[in-house]
Design a protein around this ligand. Structure first.
Ligand SMILES: NC(=O)c1ccc[n+]([C@@H]2O[C@H](COP(=O)([O-])OP(=O)(O)OC[C@H]3O[C@@H](n4cnc5c(N)ncnc54)[C@H](OP(=O)(O)O)[C@@H]3O)[C@@H](O)[C@H]2O)c1
Length: 346
């Protein structure tokens, strides 16, 4: 099969086209998908540079070639003996964080719980833009912060970095759940985030969100540590100082600590660090969030897309051969919504 794997860690030049990759063979609970489209997420760039290697290398069958990519939309080619929900020819979508299952290639193998039937009202390109960012948001709010949709009704929520892949989805979801959303982004993206449902838009280049916001119930921080220690403190300062307030960070020291110290020493050190930051933020609930697959989350995403509650926001589309340029676009940190990769034309 063809694909754009990497053969070593490094910058965007490490991708190499290959026509001789081994087509994966299907196990009982797996589905072989002929990929039509995928997308680029910042985690792909981080993995490409070696982030998480202390964990991910142990999970891979072989180190290189390594096929990156988390999102998928495509057509089922084969199903394993225990797969009952899907059959050959079905159009599916989904996402994964497994280091064994990349999507920058002609075929990929997904566990049946990581995919669902693609909403008919989305093209393959549109469908590839949503699952990873949606399930990241889903995991953050529902799994890590243990919030329910009704908990967000009329609540004041700040989404830090609202015009990127995660932010453009999160604003739509939070708005749908009845929250009043404030967000930061560049001036030229204010119209976009307002159309998605943000009530307050702050140009972070000219204004300081912590001077403008107070008494918030939830901060969904897409910058986290990448915004600097001050930024995290400012986020905590805009929250009500009580036990119903939540701060959720998408960028934190968990995997970095494991990379620095190795799995054996790093995991307890990361857990200790997480405990300390949680304790110091009390009474505010402080969460380090990580993507987790969720078949119920994916199914609810499908329902919301079919009902046109959630719409894809696409920055640009690149053919798979131009994956290098697509990574460079994400590396600017100024994608407007999602960067999508077309693997095979519809
Ligand atoms: N923990 C997890 O499991 C997990 C999962 C997914 C993503 N993430 C992390 O979440 C972050 C967001 O992901 P993404 O896919 O949304 O990334 P993205 O699409 O690359 O985000 C780009 C957006 O960030 C905005 N931005 C950049 N600097 C900013 C600043 N100082 N203040 C406010 N906005 C700023 C840009 O806004 P303008 O162009 O308008 O300036 C742009 O729209 C990434 O760092 C990613 O690594 C973590």
């Amino acid at each position: 099969m063809f694909g754009m794997p990497i053969y070593q860690y490094g910058d965007s030049s490490v991708f190499e086209f290959s026509n001789e990759l081994t087509e994966p063979s299907v196990n009982a609970n797996e589905v072989l998908i002929e990929i039509r489209a995928t997308s680029v997420n910042p985690i792909d760039l981080m993995k490409r540079e070696g982030y998480g290697r202390s964990i991910f290398e142990k999970q891979r069958n072989h180190l290189f070639p390594w096929i990156l990519g988390c999102d998928v939309s495509g057509i089922v080619k084969k199903v394993g003996s225990k797969v009952i929900k899907f059959k050959e020819g079905d159009q599916v979508w989904g996402s994964t964080s497994s280091p064994k299952k990349g999507t920058y290639a002609e075929y990929t193998l997904f566990n049946q719980n990581e995919i669902d039937l693609k909403p008919e009202n989305l093209s393959f390109i549109e469908a590839a833009s949503l699952p990873y960012v949606a399930l990241t948001t889903w995991a953050a709010l529902i799994r890590w912060a243990a919030l329910r949709p009704q908990d967000l009704e009329d609540k004041k929520v700040f989404v830090q970095a609202g015009s990127g892949g995660v932010g453009t989805f999160a604003i739509q979801l939070l708005r749908h759940w009845g929250a009043k959303v404030a967000t930061t982004c560049s001036k030229e993206n204010h119209n976009l985030v307002q159309e998605l449902g943000a009530e307050i838009t702050i140009d972070y280049r000219k204004e300081e969100f912590s001077d403008l916001l107070e008494g918030y119930d939830l901060v969904f921080d897409c910058l986290g540590d990448f915004g600097g220690v001050d930024s995290v403190t400012k986020c905590l300062n805009i929250l009500k100082a009580n036990a119903t307030s939540h701060y959720i960070s998408l960028n934190h020291a968990f995997i970095r600590t494991i990379d620095e110290k190795g799995l054996l020493l790093g995991l307890p050190a990361a857990l200790k660090l997480r405990y300390q930051v949680k304790k110091s933020a009390k009474p505010i609930n402080f969460h380090w969030s990580l993507y987790r697959p969720s078949s119920s989350g994916l199914s609810e995403l499908g329902r919301m897309v079919r009902a046109e509650i959630i719409k894809p926001v696409i920055d640009s589309i690149y053919p798979l051969e131009n994956i290098k340029e697509a990574h460079e676009k994400i590396a600017t940190s100024h994608a407007r919504g999602k960067v999508v990769i077309e693997v095979k034309k519809e």
